[in-house]
Each structure stands twice: as structure tokens, then as C-alpha cells.
Design a protein around this ligand. Structure first.
Ligand code: PNS
Length: 162
């Protein structure tokens, strides 16, 4: 059983995340999508809300499950028999940070990181921009799954379509 994790803040999950999760699910036996809870209280959505949205948007993927982790990601990986971390790379700007984390995680626990290049359709997409656009009434329908768009409306108290 080849089990990988897709870790992230997912505040909220975007179409870019979902693209990586779907592609990872085609390549690996089991994909654990895990929300990092260390600093989650500073975000827009609670950890439970992020998990609920991820569960909703991955419900058609039978080898994907959703969870949370606290503390070091490599400890979670060790405890769950995870063989690799899967990350999406959008642009060169992601590379330095991601490479540092990948090398540190390997140094800490021998856990490999596999990078997948982002779909160019989503290479400009990140959760913080989605939150900002939604907060100012912009239309995020093409950026996030419909269930997430609905939750953004609930959170921001806006009934319209933006
Ligand atoms: O969506 P993000 O913000 O890029 O997710 C980053 C996350 C949660 C995957 C990363 O910060 C993480 O793994 N945090 C857990 C703490 C940890 O293991 N730190 C050492 C990394 S070398």
C-alpha cells in the first residue's frame, strides 16, 4: 500500500488544490489530505470547516481521505506509514520555500517529497487571494469548487453572486 499525504492550510481549498489532489489520487494507492492545525486559529475558516469542505469536494474520490495534524508533519507521516509528501508547485516563487521544507523533512525523518507542477490554469491561484477577492465582493466562482463558494458567502454574509 503506497500512501501519501497532501498537506496544507486549505483556508479554503481551491480548484488548484483539488487539481493536485485528483492527480495524486490517480498515481498513488491512498491519499491523505491533511489540514495543518498548528496555526489554524488565525485563518478565516476553522479546522473543522476546512475539513468539511475538503470532504465535500473529494467525496467522489474513493482513495482520498481527509484529516488534520498538529505538530511536525513528519511525525504524522511516521505514525501513519506515509511514504511521501505530495506538494504542488505553482511557480519559481514557490520553489525555494518548498525545497527547504522538503529537504528539512527528509533530514528529520527520511520522508520524501514529490512535487507536481500546477495546472497552468491555476498557477496564479492561492487561498489568501481567494479570501481577499471574496471579502471585497469579487467573483470567485472559477477559482473554488461551488461548495466552497457557498461557504465563503456564508462566512462573509453576502447573499449575491459577486
Ligand atoms: O498550505 P501551506 O500553508 O503551504 O501549508 C504548509 C504546511 C501546513 C504543510 C507546513 O507549514 C507544515 O508542514 N507545517 C507543519 C509543521 C512542520 O512540520 N514544520 C516543519 C516543516 S520543515
Amino acid at each position: 500500500m503506497h500512501r501519501v499525504v497532501c498537506p496544507g492550510s486549505f483556508d479554503p481549498v481551491t480548484n488548484g488544490h483539488l487539481d493536485i489532489i485528483r492527480r495524486a489520487a490517480l498515481l498513488h494507492d491512498e491519499v491523505l489530505v491533511v489540514v495543518g492545525a498548528n496555526r489554524a486559529k488565525h485563518g478565516m475558516f476553522t479546522v473543522d470547516e476546512r475539513v468539511a469542505m475538503l470532504e465535500e469536494v473529494t467525496k467522489d474520490l474513493s482513495n482520498v481521505s481527509v484529516g488534520t495534524f498538529r505538530g511536525l508533519l513528519v511525525e504524522y507521516c511516521r505514525a501513519r506509514g506515509v511514504s511521501a509528501i505530495v506538494k504542488g508547485l505553482r511557480a519559481v516563487s514557490d520553489f525555494e520555500y518548498e525545497m527547504e521544507m522538503a529537504q528539512m523533512n527528509y533530514r528529520l525523518a527520511g520522508i520524501e517529497t514529490l512535487f507536481m507542477t500546477a495546472n497552468p490554469l491555476y498557477s496564479f491561484l492561492r487561498s489568501s487571494l481567494v479570501r481577499e477577492i471574496a471579502a471585497y465582493g469579487g467573483n470567485v466562482a472559477a477559482l473554488v469548487p461551488p461548495a466552497v463558494e457557498a461557504q465563503l458567502r456564508v462566512k462573509l454574509g453576502s447573499p449575491g453572486t459577486g
